[in-house]
Design a binder for this molecule. Structure first.
Ligand code: FES
Ligand code: FE2
Length: 370
């Protein structure tokens, strides 16, 4: 199983964790506890107490610490044991701390070498943070499929007329219009544009006064699986060039090779104070993704049965270009990371990560006798 390690992944939406709460999630097959201190600051630790390996996520937050539920050791977000009920010497007891940054209404986690974790490399999803709360919604679905299969679903929207016949279909633009696909410094971008077409069904419900409009749909992908989806409905009499724009996000974080944390969010540039419309869009999207996309993606995963995508010699259609380019781009990054890891000396931080991740218990003397 290969993943890109030295990059930022979305771990959770900010609103998923309240002050004083914990959230257990697995990323890239490693169990992690996310928690918010009582002052609201978020942290991430390996979800395994170094004493008897209890999940810290089953414990509770006490001030700025998380307390192990088994024997009560308490750890701060930097991984240091700040309280040992049984004796002194507590600063030598550590659990692996994992870099976590809160930005763009999300918590971003870095599962690779912590020395390389540069917050400046977090993808720019600032439009999510800038939207008013009545023009923003987000959701999460744990999907039982490899994250690249979930990404493919967004990069190739030709499924719309078939998988969403009563909800999103309506103008066959993505079937009939040849998309423009291009590589960018950040990743891959695919654009469909059609002048003077009927609206998609969801937009018909939102803009009943508009019969036909130009439609622009654009997906911008960057590694590992972060996509902005711009859907602009531009009536002939629109003031300004943009029209009604829905600017959404689709972000996938691998849980394992066969399961994905699927994060999605929506913003818009029209009726931004309309809370009822915001609720309608949020509920529609969650229903469509959970009832229509997710079951099909999970069936594809079952049919692939763990085999490699390319080994299965997939038939490639015109609409697959962006997804194929994204796959190739990601895999070249993973290969480059593997080459760099082989040639680079192991940093202290990497060594610590390795030790925390792979040391069998009691392979050597217990490190702390407190
Ligand atoms: S297992 Fe955590 S304190 Fe014992
Ligand atoms: Fe879909």
């Amino acid at each position: 199983v290969t993943y890109l390690h030295n990059c930022w992944y979305v771990a959770a939406w900010s609103e998923e964790i309240a002050p004083g709460a914990t959230l257990a999630r697995t990323y890239l097959e490693q169990p992690v506890v996310l928690f918010r201190q009582e002052d609201g600051t978020a942290g991430a630790l390996l979800d395994r107490c170094p004493h008897r390996f209890a999940p810290l996520s089953a414990g509770k937050v006490v001030g700025d610490r998380i307390q192990c539920p088994y024997h009560g050791l308490e750890f701060t977000a930097d991984g240091v044991c700040a309280r040992n009920p049984y004796g002194p010497g507590v600063r030598s007891i550590r659990v692996r701390s994992i870099p976590l940054v809160e930005r763009h209404r999300a918590l971003w986690i870095w599962m690779g070498d912590p020395d390389s974790a540069d917050a400046g490399r977090i993808p720019d999803l600032s439009y999510l943070a800038e939207a008013p709360s009545t023009a923003f919604s987000c959701g999460y679905l744990l999907t039982r499929a490899n994250f690249e299969i979930v990404s493919d679903n967004i990069l190739d929207l030709t499924h719309t007329e078939y998988l969403h016949p009563t909800t999103l279909a309506g103008n066959q633009v993505v079937q009939r219009v040849k998309p423009t696909t291009r590589e960018t410094p950040e990743g891959v971008e695919v654009t469909w544009f059609a002048p003077n077409v009927p609206l998609l069904k969801l937009f018909q419900a939102i803009h009943p006064e508009v019969e036909r409009a130009a439609m622009l749909t654009q997906v911008s992908w960057c590694a590992p699986a972060i996509m902005k989806l711009r859907a602009a409905t531009i009536p002939a009499d629109a003031t300004g060039e943009e029209g009604f724009v829905n600017l959404n996000a689709h972000v996938m974080t691998p849980e394992t090779n066969a399961s994905t944390h699927y994060f999605f969010a929506a913003t818009r540039n029209y009726r931004t104070e309309d809370a009822a419309l915001n609720d309608f869009i949020a509920e529609s999207r969650k229903r469509i993704f959970s009832m229509e996309d997710k079951p099909m993606i999970e069936l594809v995963q079952q049919r692939m049965a763990g085999r490699d995508f390319w080994d299965m010699r997939p038939l490639l259609l015109g609409g697959d270009e962006a997804a194929v380019r994204a796959r190739r781009r990601l895999h070249s990054l993973i290969a480059a990371e593997a080459r760099a890891a082989q040639s680079a000396p192991v940093s202290a931080a990497q060594a610590a990560v390795k030790t925390a991740a792979s040391d069998p218990p009691f392979a050597r003397d217990p490190v702390n006798r407190c």
